[in-house]
Design a protein around this ligand. Structure first.
Ligand code: SAM
Length: 331
């Protein structure tokens, strides 16, 4: 089998697929109040088209697929896509990133269709703050979604908290208690300078080192670093007191994880994005719609991977990603 190795020797085996750029939430650091330019619905690849592209990646050694958005669960019948992708030879790990607003009603079907693990955005446990951050989101629905994922047997359930100065930084300890009580993993994430967060969120930036020192202060000796945790990606992980719950801290601004980058992203229109922080995209979807054969599309993928950038440039002065919003690419 061919595999995808880029020019820095990194093996790409992980594809993140944004199934829509629409979202039912309006997190202030992700989507500006005036909204973002949306793709025309007709440009969204149909599930058969997405599955065909994902199948080509699978033939090239991609084994892990994460569905994201926008909010993936606002796209109708996501379960049908999951089933198609789960049936592709070589795909053995299907996961989902969601705000969980609609997860309660979908969790068990998604699990049956093949989604084994889920990442859920949860920036606060205060319903008022939650509504403020998300532009009217309903915390209770999200909490029910988290419970539904756990009940459906998705493991791990990872909670993602974007920690922001003056917004939710004071909730780090409460969130840890909540995660431990539910048996969910928890990841604290630095605000990335993308889109609206780039323009307005930088002043809210709360560094990963501070997050970690607060976790250490809370657990002391009980906190044990986990080396090479599966699916850890850019997070450093810690275990609490030998229990099952893991706490991760994601320092998006630091470049150290680019060396181990194993992923590329596909938008709902089928654009291949080689790096979250670099502009280069390859219009695979339009190639597909213009009638390219599998062999032709495979060659386009191979050529693209050969030029995957070495690293993002976040953290460099004035380096704000203005050419894309997080809501279109899905994190
Ligand atoms: N709607 C889904 C969700 O909530 O997970 C998937 C898409 S959402 C864009 C993916 C993740 O990106 C969320 O956890 C969100 O908090 C995070 N995110 C959005 N903008 C961000 C930023 N500027 N910095 C860090 N994380 C961000």
């Amino acid at each position: 089998m061919q595999s995808l190795i880029d020019s820095f020797g990194r093996r790409i085996d992980y594809l993140r697929v944004s199934v829509t750029d629409r979202c039912n939430y309006r997190c202030f650091y992700c989507i500006p109040p005036e909204g973002v330019a949306m793709a025309a619905r007709a440009d969204f690849l149909r599930y058969e088209e997405l599955a065909r592209l994902i199948g080509l990646f699978a033939d090239l050694g991609v084994s892990k697929v994460r569905f994201t958005g926008g909010e993936p669960l606002v796209r109708r019948d996501m379960v049908a896509l999951v089933r198609q992708v789960a049936a592709l030879p070589g795909i053995d790990d299907l996961s989902l990133s969601t705000n969980a607003h609609l997860l309660e009603r979908h969790a068990s079907l998604l699990r049956e269709a093949g989604v084994s693990r889920v990442n859920i955005s949860l920036d606060t446990l205060n319903p008022v703050t939650f509504a403020k951050i998300t532009g009217g989101g309903e915390l209770a629905a999200v909490l029910r979604g988290i419970d539904a994922a756990l009940t459906a047997g998705m493991r791990p359930v990872k909670l993602n908290m974007v920690v922001m100065k003056g917004v939710n930084e004071h909730e780090i300890e409460t969130m840890l208690d909540f995660a431990v009580e539910r048996g969910a993993d928890l990841r604290f994430i630095e605000t990335m300078p993308i889109g609206v967060a780039g323009e307005k969120g930088v002043s809210r930036y709360y560094p990963a080192a501070k997050m970690l020192s607060r976790v250490r202060r809370k657990y002391g000796e009980e906190l044990i670093a986990v080396k090479g945790a599966k699916g850890a990606g850019p997070a450093s992980y810690y275990q609490i007191g030998g229990g099952p719950v893991r706490v991760g801290v994601i320092s998006a601004m630091s470049r150290h994880f680019c060396e181990g980058c194993n992923r590329v992203r596909l938008t709902a229109k089928g654009e291949l994005v080689l790096c979250l922080g670099q502009e280069d995209t390859i219009p695979l979807g339009s190639g597909l719609r213009q009638g390219c054969s599998d062999a032709e599309l495979t060659q386009v993928i191979l050529d693209a991977i050969a030029r995957k950038p070495e690293r993002h440039e976040f953290g460099k002065e004035e380096n704000i990603v203005r050419f894309r919003s997080m809501s279109a690419i899905g994190g």
